[in-house]
Write a protein that binds this ligand. Structure first.
Ligand code: LRH
Length: 497
C-alpha cells in the first residue's frame, strides 16, 4: 500500500521542528526533516520572537520534506507554544514582530486588567487561570501602549494562525490555541463578547473561530513556485502544541493523567466540562481546549526550563555539557539534599538559574547545591515532587485518582525524571512518544483527510506505532519523606511572598 504523507511544523519556545508523517493505514512514522533553535530577541523596548526567521525555517522544512517522494505531501499544519500572537493589517502586512510572553511588563498589565475584572470573575468567565503570560494581559498592554497604532482593519492572529495565514492567505483562529488566551467563554469555542467589551478590546481584532481539523485552504501559488512543490492543503489541527500532544497520548485506560514535559510541564486530565470553582482556582488549575472540543484541566508550570537555563548559564561559563551528561551527573549526586519550587515566579525570566536555585535553597535553610550534578538532581527531584503535589490536587478537584501517568514531550528522554516521577507519585509512568505534538499534529491531518475516524483511533494508532516504556514506582518511603519537606518548603515560601 502507498503511504499518505503530511508535514507537521511544531514550534516550541526553545526549538522548532518540521517532520514528515507517513501513514500506511495502520501505523504512523515520523521523519524529522528540519530542526532549528528558536531564539527570542531582546530589543531596547522589549522581548520579541523572530517571526521572519521562524517563517524562513518553515520554508526550509517544506522544501526538504517534499523532496524525493513518489507520493506527494497532501497537507501541512503548524502547532506552536500558547498565548502569543501577531497583528496583521488589512493588506496582510505584519504590523510588528510578535512579543514574547516572558516580557516582564506583562505583570503590570495583569494588575491593570484585574482592576477592571477581578481574578475570581475572570476565572469563572474564561476558565483560564490568571497568569501574567496570558494573551489577555499582553493584549491589554499592547492596546494601551498602542505601539502598533491600532486600526480597524487589524487582526490578531495567534502564532500558529499567523503561520497558517502566510502559508495559505486565510485568516482563522483555531479553538485550542484561542483557549490559552483567556478571551473565550469557559469551555466553549466562542469569544467572550461581554469580557471584550469591558476591557475595550475591539471585536474586529478577532478572526472567526474554527475547530481543530479544519482545512483552511491551499499553499499559496507564490510559495509553491518559490519552494517548487506541488499543491498542498493547509490545515488547522490542534494548533496549540499541548493540544496536539494530548491528542497523541497513547492511553488505553481512560482514567489517566498526562504530563506534557518540555520547556513547560503541563499536567492534568481530560474532561467534558471545565472546573471553575474556587478550590481549583486557588490550587492553580486552568482549563484549555482539546482537539475534540472538550477541555483539559491542567496546571501550567515550569518544566525543563530551569535545566535549559542552567545549561545555558554553564555554557556562558565555559562548562558545556549535553543534556545526557547532565543527567548522568545528577544520577551520581546524593539523593534528596534540597528542593526548589520550579513554578516560583523567580524562575520565570531568563538568566542565571544556578544562582537563583542556590539562593532559594539558602533562604529556605536547606543544603546549598554545590556542584552541577547536585543542582541538576535538585531540579529533577523538585519537578517530580511538583508532579506528586499536582496529582494530589487533581484528585481533590476531580474526585478521582488517575491509574497511570502518560508522560510525553522532550522530558521523556530524561530517564531519571520519568523514574523520579513514578517514585514520587506512586503510580506507573508510561513514557512516550517524545514528539507527541508532531505526532498529534500529523494524526489530526489524517482525520481531516478521512483516513482516521476518531480521537480514540488516533490514540490506538499512536500506541501501535511507538515502543513505550513503563516506569514502576520504587523507593516509596524516602520519596514520601522528601514530599513532606517539599510541602513545608511550599508553605514557607508562600508565607514569605
Ligand atoms: C507549552 C505551552 C504551554 C503554555 C506555554 C506558553 O509549549 O504551549 O501550554 O501555553 O507554552
Amino acid at each position: 500500500t502507498q503511504a499518505t504523507h503530511v508535514l507537521a511544523a511544531d514550534y516550541g519556545a526553545g526549538s522548532g521542528r518540521i517532520v514528515r508523517g507517513s501513514f500506511d493505514g495502520n501505523k504512523i512514522s515520523l521523519q524529522e526533516v528540519h530542526r532549528f533553535s528558536n531564539d527570542p530577541v531582546q530589543l531596547r523596548d522589549g522581548l520579541y520572537w523572530d517571526f521572519l526567521r521562524l517563517f524562513h525555517e518553515l520554508k526550509q522544512g517544506i522544501r526538504k520534506g517534499t523532496q524525493e517522494l513518489t507520493q506527494p505531501v497532501r497537507s501541512i499544519a503548524v502547532d506552536t507554544w500558547g498565548v502569543d500572537y501577531g497583528l496583521v493589517d488589512g493588506a496582510g502586512r505584519l504590523c510588528s514582530n510578535p512579543r514574547h510572553y516572558r516580557e516582564p511588563r506583562n505583570s503590570k498589565w495583569m494588575e491593570e486588567t484585574l482592576r477592571i475584572v477581578n481574578e475570581e470573575e475572570l476565572y469563572t468567565m474564561s476558565g483560564v487561570l490568571p497568569q501574567q503570560i496570558n494573551t489577555i494581559f499582553q493584549l491589554i498592554g499592547s492596546l494601551r501602549e498602542n505601539a502598533e497604532g491600532l486600526r480597524p482593519d487589524m487582526r490578531m492572529l495567534f502564532m500558529p494562525d499567523l503561520f497558517h495565514f502566510y502559508l495559505s492567505g486565510q485568516q482563522a483562529c483555531e479553538y485550542t490555541i484561542a483557549s490559552t488566551s483567556g478571551l473565550l467563554h469557559a469551555g466553549e469555542a466562542q469569544w467572550n463578547e461581554s469580557l471584550l467589551g469591558r476591557l475595550g478590546v475591539p471585536e474586529t481584532l478577532l478572526p472567526p473561530l474554527v475547530q481543530a481539523g479544519t482545512v483552511l485552504g491551499q499553499l499559496t501559488d507564490d510559495l509553491r513556485e518559490e519552494l517548487r512543490t506541488g499543491p498542498m492543503q493547509v490545515i488547522s489541527v490542534g494548533s496549540h502544541d499541548t493540544a496536539s500532544a494530548l491528542a497523541a497520548i497513547p492511553a488505553s485506560d481512560p482514567n489517566f493523567a498526562f504530563i506534557s514535559c518540555g520547556t513547560w510541564s503541563l499536567m492534568g486530565v481530560e474532561r467534558d466540562a471545565p472546573i471553575l470553582d474556587e478550590q481549583s482556582r486557588k490550587l492553580g488549575f486552568t482549563n484549555e481546549g482539546t482537539v475534540s472540543g472538550k477541555v483539559r484541566t491542567l496546571k501550567n508550570r515550569s518544566g525543563l526550563w530551569l535545566l535549559q537555563e542552567c545549561k545555558r548559564q554553564w555554557e556562558r561559563e565555559n562548562k558545556a555539557f549535553t543534556h545526557q551528561e547532565l543527567v548522568q551527573l545528577a544520577d551520581t549526586a546524593s539523593a534528596h539534599q534540597c528542593f526548589v519550587l520550579p513554578g516560583d515566579a523567580v524562575y520565570l525570566p531568563p538568566g542565571d538559574m544556578p544562582e537563583r536555585i542556590r539562593r532559594q535553597c539558602r533562604t529556605s535553610g536547606q543544603t546549598i547545591p554545590d556542584s552541577i550534578g547536585a543542582i541538576v538532581r535538585c531540579i529533577l527531584e523538585s519537578l517530580a515532587l511538583e508532579f506528586r503535589q499536582t496529582l494530589d490536587e487533581l484528585e481533590l478537584v476531580t474526585g478521582s485518582r488517575p491509574h497511570v501517568i502518560h508522560m510525553v514531550g522532550g522530558g521523556v528522554q530524561n530517564r531519571l525524571l520519568c523514574q523520579f516521577t513514578a517514585n514520587a507519585t506512586g503510580i506507573p509512568v508510561v513514557a512516550g512518544p517524545v514528539e507527541a505534538a508532531s505526532a498529534g499534529n500529523c494524526m489530526l491531518q489524517l482525520v481531516a483527510h478521512g483516513e482516521v475516524s476518531s480521537s480514540s483511533e488516533v490514540r490506538d494508532i499512536v500506541a501501535a506505532s511507538y515502543s513505550l516504556e513503563t516506569y514502576e514506582p520504587e523507593d516509596r518511603e524516602p520519596w514520601q519523606e522528601a514530599y513532606e519537606i517539599y510541602q513545608s518548603l511550599n508553605q514557607q515560601l508562600a508565607k514569605g511572598s
